[in-house]
Design a protein around this ligand. Structure first.
Ligand code: FAD
Length: 393
């Protein structure tokens, strides 16, 4: 049974003079779960999303089980959704050397098309105002308030503002975030996602296939489809005339385990979605009094498979602290400091581990060596998996 509503109930924008408790910029899982929790606690919240729900995103659509209790608590009926549950994985080197291993913590497959729309609908049902199709162009702090300006010039006021605008957005430049400078000098990646029809793809398996300077994940999602998403150094794309199809033929298909999927499987629905300018540089968690969460606060390498978990974990953390601030138990400097410290305690190790693992993979010789090594010491594979997954919250 699908729990996807046919369309998102529209919220009439409240008067532009209303002072919201919280304004959230960006409606992916991080922003939406924060909006939902605040609305459930009876706070006034406005969320801006530049796209219109439902829409597809580049994502492997694997949600680690550590989020199960949290998602159920905020009203996502996971048990009724008949989602594929993954309990084992395969990882291969560019030459096809493979490691098969159980995935103890495991995860569920759900499309972002469905999940984000569902979260948005729940938030609206609990009283949040969602301004979809609305791009934020500026956010300014003055007189203990944040003023948010959207395309077209309308402004909104809020006591607090949170930035959940993802990996790369106009507001990073607007706020002159320092990671941009170092990113320009470092490695840049592109990511691609589409759904495939692979009739016999097991419903309990995640596959991760490396190729030169990148890796591709395959995992089941509802509707009998298989998510295929990958990240590649941008040089692979440039070297093949900026053609995704040519890059796949010349680079990804060199991995013999990945080749049959890309060569033979039918693509379902939409053409591939491609995003660029991805970097994994360290970022700040607060920028001119805007509290950042999800990819906006730190993008984790997809190989670690848990960007959504980190965004939702941060939203849970931030939710508690925002209530403390809104109810006068802590000051704004305390809110910002406590959030930064708690975020680092909870998530920095995972981001750093993801970054380190990411360095290894995609380099043909190193990946092969790493896989051979891990095959000999299964306990080490469990440790690596533990580093990239968190605990239930
Ligand atoms: C190839 C690949 C595979 C991945 N696979 C997985 C996986 O299997 N499991 C997992 O947990 N994670 C995975 N991730 C990571 C995961 O997709 C992200 O960590 C997650 O989507 C971050 O959520 P978010 O809410 O922080 O940002 P996003 O989901 O990126 O949402 C940000 C939103 O902000 C909006 N926005 C931006 N600027 C503005 C603006 N100015 N005004 C209004 N709206 C704005 C955008 O339109 C967007 O909807 C993968 C990532 C990649 C690249």
């Amino acid at each position: 049974m699908s729990v996807l509503p046919s369309s998102l109930p529209r919220t009439a924008p409240k008067t532009l003079t209303e002072l919201y408790d919280c304004a959230i910029i960006g409606g992916g899982v991080s922003g939406l779960t924060l909006a939902l929790q605040l609305a459930q606690a009876g706070r006034t919240v406005v969320l801006f999303e530049k796209e219109t729900y439902p829409f597809h995103r580049v994502c492997g659509e694997y949600i680690s089980m550590e989020n199960y209790d949290f998602l159920c608590r905020i009203g996502v009926p996971l048990a009724e959704m008949n989602l594929p549950k993954m309990t084992r994985f395969t990882v291969s080197s560019p030459t096809g050397e493979a490691l098969h291993h159980p995935l103890d913590i495991g995860g569920l497959g759900i499309t972002r098309y469905e999940l984000d729309q569902l979260l948005a609908r729940l938030a609206v049902q609990h009283g949040a105002t969602i301004q979809e199709g609305t791009k934020v162009t500026d956010v300014v702090f003055a007189n203990e308030q944040l003023t948010i300006t959207v395309a077209g010039g309308a402004t909104y006021r809020a006591r607090t503002a949170c930035g959940a605008w993802g990996k790369h957005a106009n507001l990073d430049s607007k706020l002159k975030r320092s990671f941009l400078e170092s990113s320009r000098q470092g490695r840049q990646f592109v990511a691609v996602k589409y759904h495939l029809q692979v009739p016999d793809f097991p419903r309990d398996l995640v596959e991760m296939h490396n190729f030169k300077d990148g890796y591709c994940g395959l995992s089941p999602v509802p509707g009998g489809l298989t998510n295929c998403s990958y990240i590649s150094d941008v040089r692979n794309l440039r070297a093949h005339g900026n053609s995704v199809a040519e890059m796949e033929r010349q680079v990804l298909m060199q991995n013999p385990l990945l080749r049959p999927y890309l060569q033979e499987a039918q693509r379902a629905g939409k053409p591939p979605i491609v995003i660029s300018q991805i970097t994994f540089r360290e970022r700040s968690t607060v920028e001119t009094h805007v509290l950042l969460l999800g990819d906006a606060a730190g993008t984790i390498a997809p190989l670690a498979g848990n960007g959504m978990s980190m965004g939702m974990n941060a939203s849970f953390l931030l939710y508690g602290l925002l209530l403390d601030y809104l109810d006068g138990r802590i000051s704004r400097p305390e809110l910002e400091q406590q959030y930064t410290q708690a975020w680092r305690r909870l998530l920095l190790l995972r981001i750093t581990a993801g970054r380190l693992i990411h360095q290894f993979f995609g380099r043909p010789a190193l990946t092969t060596l790493a896989i051979r090594f891990l095959k000999r010491i299964p306990g080490l594979t469990n440790q690596v998996l533990k580093l990239t997954h968190g605990k239930s919250y």
